[in-house]
Design a protein around this ligand. Structure first.
Ligand SMILES: *Cc1c(COP(=O)(O)O)cnc(C)c1O
Length: 391
């Protein structure tokens, strides 16, 4: 069994005594689910922490997408990104809607608003971008395109917990945003998720939909059971006060990674844009080629460092969707790797990953130190990838 902290992510658990204290409350009230006091308290605390009007707690981040699509009565086609976790696409399809893929921008991993606009057609009902790794999508431009064509926007913000653009929560953009509190995410409740919205009507609809379609005592609409339990809420209430500190620790570790990786050839790190409060949810690196990625990944594994290809393959290539060419996403998906980063990773472990990475890259490309063509993407966007070495 490898040392746990060298896994790409590790679920955060609070001290068990803190969780037991919350459990005692559940035993006192004998209230296990159905919008109990702990779930309500967590919703309120999340609203405050995230700076949004409504957080509607649900059982996971996938059903959150489905409920948002239903609550907003989206029909027809949804223009979405090929560079995400499969749930973004499958949730759309599970609702009987058709995903239409627009390509991404290489500099922020998110949907390219200009390409989105080109895909808008008669049947388009909504746009579903993803803030991949917590990096903000081009929200202003996407919202503009949506307004112009009368479309709904639902952000799959599964990675965007706590991210702010200026003073504004990234989760407050669009008609709704969805988030996941799965064990592997920055903030977790074991299983869980939420629909976030500033619109009272949308929030009320999601509340009804998650609870079999009840509106008060009346069964008003076709709902489903997407409630979350008091046990999950209890875990969330224990974990929430630790999030700020966890983000600081991740930032500290990311800086160490950046300092080392900026000295290497053949691999780059995204530059965190100015003016955002980033959450360091993931530690993606991008290689020049898939071949290089595979060799390095295998070297890391030999050293018991376990990485993940978030997100591979590109979703437009899945066997159950209609293939639509997205060359940027297909290329990025083949070259991105996420390195270990979590709330309890140690500095010595980060240094070990960096050391193995460096050795592997030198082994793979021994002649790389001279006469290389610096590899860079610079689109003039607020953030871009660059190999610091070339400056
Ligand atoms: C994790 C994730 C989801 C799904 O969340 P679950 O809570 O696991 O259902 C959806 N979209 C993205 C981008 C994710 O990373």
């Amino acid at each position: 069994m490898p040392s746990q902290s060298m896994l790409v992510t590790k679920p955060y658990l609070p001290p068990i005594e803190e969780y037991i204290k919350k459990l005692e409350k559940i035993w006192e009230t004998n209230w296990l689910t159905n919008n109990g006091p702990l779930a309500v308290e967590l919703e309120e605390k999340l609203q405050e922490y995230l700076g949004v009007k409504h957080v509607v707690l649900v059982s996971n981040g996938t059903i959150a997408i489905q409920l948002a699509l239903r609550a907003l009565e989206v029909k027809g086609e949804v223009i979405t990104t090929p560079f995400s976790f499969a749930a973004t696409t499958t949730a759309i399809m599970w609702e009987g809607l058709k995903p239409v893929f627009a390509d991404i921008r290489e500099d922020n991993f998110g949907l390219d608003a200009e390409l989105v606009e080109k895909k808008v057609g008669r049947k388009t009902g909504a746009i579903m971008p993803v803030h991949v790794y917590g990096y903000p999508s081009d929200v202003e431009r996407i919202d503009e395109v949506a307004k112009k064509h009368g479309l709904k926007v639902i952000y799959d913000a599964a990675h965007a917990f706590g991210v702010k653009l200026g003073d504004r929560s990234l989760l407050s953009y669009g008609d709704a945003a969805t988030i996941s509190f799965h064990a592997t995410k920055l903030f977790n409740t074991g299983e869980g998720g939420a629909v976030v919205t500033n619109d009272d009507k949308t929030a009320a609809k999601v509340r009804s939909l998650r609870d079999f379609g009840y509106e008060g005592e009346e069964l008003a609409v076709v709902g489903i059971n997407a409630k979350n339990s008091e046990f999950h809420a209890a875990l969330g209430l224990c974990n929430l006060p630790k999030v700020t500190e966890a983000i600081d620790h991740r930032q500290f570790c990311a800086k160490i990674y950046d300092d080392h990786i900026s000295q290497l050839f053949g691999v780059v790190r995204p530059i965190t844009p100015a003016g955002i409060d980033y959450n360091f949810a993931y530690l993606p690196v991008m290689f020049e080629s898939e071949e290089l990625l595979l060799s390095v990944k295998s070297d890391l594994e030999k050293a018991e460092v376990f990485t993940r290809r978030y997100f591979y393959p590109a979703l437009n290539t899945l066997p159950y969707v209609k293939y639509q060419s997205c060359p940027v996403a297909e290329s990025v998906a083949s070259r991105v790797l996420c390195l270990p980063l979590h709330n309890s990773i140690g500095v010595s472990e980060v240094l070990k990953v960096c050391e193995v990475l460096k050795k592997s890259l030198l082994d793979q490309q021994p002649k790389r130190l001279v006469g290389m063509r610096p590899w860079a993407v610079d689109s003039g966007y607020p953030w871009s990838f660059r190999n610091l070495k070339e400056n």
